[in-house]
Design a protein around this ligand. Structure first.
Ligand SMILES: [Zn+2]
Length: 334
């Protein structure tokens, strides 16, 4: 298992937690901004266990007097917010739209029940077990933001300036990015995926491209994607070109009269060999079709994913990780 739970210093008093990629669901990056008195954590991990590992790593780099008193959620997906409850008393900040979206996200309890009911004989069950079975959602409680904003919010953290900028709807309805102008760092959340085909639930893809442009407009040296390794501006540009190509292709297929399944099949056939989790192309197609069709339907995350697995059964990993297989011993981590 190739999981890293160390914090890497990426700027003055700024640390990145880049646990596991590519080809993984749920292992999102987090960023710690460590001032002497009060520190800020951008995004929290998917499970209580992972969050405790992160807290241990944070204690190793923060001054003894420092505590994580503020949590920022770039969006409401569980892999960026389920760990909120491990920071009792902390102020949890996100956009107003993210607070609303939280209601549409499956709860940890629902995921736990779903995984326990999954059958290995069923394709979708195998897929879910392979990607999500290792996570232990027990003991997690949805902890929503305690402070919300729209537009922009400036957050002084010791002598560090932290700017929160709403860029959604893009990946979800309420995405925000975090700008640290002193260190020229931007935390992009899931507006940006590196190494895998991106997955976007809200869209349209034009919104994702516009959000990525907002990252570039900040002229950063380092960008922390929601998933994948740290990148610079060039990789963000390459990503924008790829998303624009996908958008154009989906629009073409839509105009030709193909339904969403037919268009997804075409995109799956035309997939790039260098990107993982290519079944997500079917999710992107479904998202963009919803906009092209003017549908007001709220995206049903699990239904869309089930459909993607049905269209691309070859994507199901051969090895099914045992339930709760997460390393419990720190000596199994690197
Ligand atoms: Zn994510």
């Amino acid at each position: 298992m190739r999981i890293s739970t160390r914090l890497t210093e990426i700027g003055s008093q700024v640390y990145a937690w880049l646990p596991d990629f590519p080809g993984t669901w749920g292992m999102a990056n987090c960023t710690l901004i460590g001032a002497d008195s009060a520190s800020v954590l951008v995004d929290t991990p998917y499970t209580a266990h992972l969050t405790r590992l992160l807290k241990t790593a944070a204690h190793e780099v923060l001054p003894p007097s420092a505590e994580i008193s503020t949590v920022v959620n770039t969006h409401a997906n569980g892999d960026h917010s389920y760990g909120n409850g491990e920071f009792p008393g902390a102020e949890i900040i996100s956009t107003e739209a993210n607070l609303q979206h939280l209601c549409a996200e499956p709860t940890p309890g629902q995921l736990e029940t779903l995984l326990n009911q999954c059958q290995q004989e069923d394709d979708f069950g195998r897929y879910l077990l392979a990607h999500f079975g290792r996570f232990d959602y027990r003991g997690l409680h949805l902890t929503p933001p305690t402070r919300t904003f729209t537009g922009r919010l400036e957050l002084p953290v010791g002598d560090i300036t932290v700017e929160l900028i709403e860029v959604g709807p893009a990946h979800t309805v309420g995405d925000l990015i975090v700008h640290l102008p002193d260190s020229r760092i931007v935390c992009a959340g899931d507006v940006l995926f590196i190494g895998d085909v991106p997955v976007h639930w809200a869209g349209p893809l034009d919104g994702v491209i516009a959000a990525a442009q907002q990252i570039l407009d900040l002229d950063p040296d380092v960008v922390v994607p929601g998933h994948g390794p740290l990148v610079g501006q060039q990789e963000v540009r390459t990503y924008m070109t790829y998303v624009a190509e996908l958008r154009d292709r989906i629009h073409e297929l839509h105009a030709s009269g193909l339904g969403v399944d037919g268009a997804s099949r075409v995109l799956l056939r035309e997939r790039r060999p260098d990107l993982g989790l290519w079944e997500r192309l079917a999710v992107l197609t479904a998202t963009e079709y919803r906009h092209l069709d003017g549908s007001n339907e709220k995206p049903q995350l699990l239904q869309i994913l089930r459909s993607a697995v049905r269209l691309a059964p070859e994507c199901i990993p051969e090895t099914i990780t045992p339930r709760y297989a997460f390393p419990a011993q720190s000596d199994r981590l690197r």
